[in-house]
Design a protein around this ligand. Structure first.
Ligand SMILES: [Zn+2]
Length: 337
């Protein structure tokens, strides 16, 4: 067997939330598509053959003894347009932080040149930190979201990218919201078509994600329409759920239901859904998440800053809820998972 590239080194890889495999001086064989075709253990009978063949073809890359191979990190929750304020502007509670700093910053992405500059830097920096797959919230601007997708394609990052939907005039500023539910849904539909076309022409691993910002920022008509779009196109969904008391209280005051139940009512909790934070999820909510096979993006840093709470990871795992990690840039300040 000959491979395009064979990396020789010790590697760690997780096999469950509590266990990992460690292989000393394995050979990771990568084919011409960039896919790991095989991992050869030091005890395998053809180990020397594979190593020598790769060496002869000048395809062998031996890591120094103080370096290790890890799988690429998957960041489940990144607000791409907030990258310019990562590490800044953390002096207000969530609702004030959004209106004072964050919505005005995101509104700047109407300028696609600015968006391209920021997203070039963001994708580069995430890759430098080992994040090979990211699930991104974009902005209201379709062209800027496509610019983010192009950066993922050009730099070789797998991107799950969301065209943001927010149209509730009671909870969003006039300068940064969609004018109607119709506009929110039509823009999302156009984004799905254009991103899928981009994925096809570039061959890049790009997937559109249905993205209601969170329950308060959307009208019920938009939440309902997005649920329908997700099902019709079999797409992943991302949003925030039970991030803070404020968000939870909004759901109870407006819908007389838990935040998780509101999302579920609109078909937004599926096996392809990733909900950020979840610090206020109670036992019933966790059971609902487990039933729907919905994943929580656990964002410990921003939970401390904005939720003033911790996400009970062990409790969620005991309920058989899938949990992954998110940096939550820029609620979290670091691009490193
Ligand atoms: Zn977030």
């Amino acid at each position: 067997m000959s491979s395009e590239l064979v990396i020789q080194g010790s590697l760690f890889t997780p096999v469950s939330p509590t266990e990992f495999t460690f292989l000393r001086q394995a050979l990771v064989c990568i084919d011409s598509t960039g896919t790991i075709a095989r991992i050869v253990r030091a005890t395998d009978t053809d180990y020397s053959d594979v190593q020598q063949t790769a060496q002869r073809l000048d395809h062998l890359w031996q890591l120094p003894h103080n370096q290790y191979i890890l799988p690429g990190f998957i960041d489940l929750h990144v607000h791409a347009p907030q990258w310019p304020q990562a590490g800044l502007a953390l002096d207000r509670p969530l609702d004030q932080w959004l209106n004072t700093y964050t919505f005005p910053l995101e509104a700047k992405f109407a300028d696609t040149t600015y968006a391209t500059k920021v997203y070039h830097h963001l994708v580069h920096e995430l890759l430098r930190n080992g994040t090979t797959t990211a699930m991104y919230f974009g902005t209201l601007h379709l062209d800027a979201n496509l610019a983010l997708a192009r950066q993922c394609a050009q730099q070789g990052q797998r991107g799950f990218i969301g065209q943001l939907a927010m149209d509730n005039p009671d909870q969003t500023p006039a300068t940064y919201r969609q004018a109607s539910s119709q506009e929110a849904l039509q823009t999302t539909e156009r984004f799905i078509v254009q991103l899928q076309r981009l994925a096809k022409t570039t061959g890049a691993a790009l997937t559109p994600v249905i993205t209601p910002r969170f329950v308060p920022s959307c009208t019920s008509e938009t939440l309902r329409g997005l649920g329908v779009l997700a099902h019709r196109n079999d797409l992943p969904i991302q949003s925030h759920c039970s991030e803070s008391n404020w968000e939870e209280q909004y759901a109870e005051l407006t819908y007389h239901q838990r935040d998780a139940a509101v999302l579920d009512q609109f078909q937004l909790l599926t096996s392809r859904s990733v909900m950020a934070h979840g610090t206020q999820l109670n036992a019933d909510d966790l059971t609902l998440f487990a039933d729907r096979q919905t994943t929580v993006a656990h964002c410990p840093i921003s939970n401390c800053y904005f939720g003033n709470a911790v996400f009970p990871v062990q409790q969620a795992l005991q309920h058989q809820v899938n949990v992954g990690l998110g940096s939550d840039l820029s609620g979290g300040f670091t691009p490193s998972l």
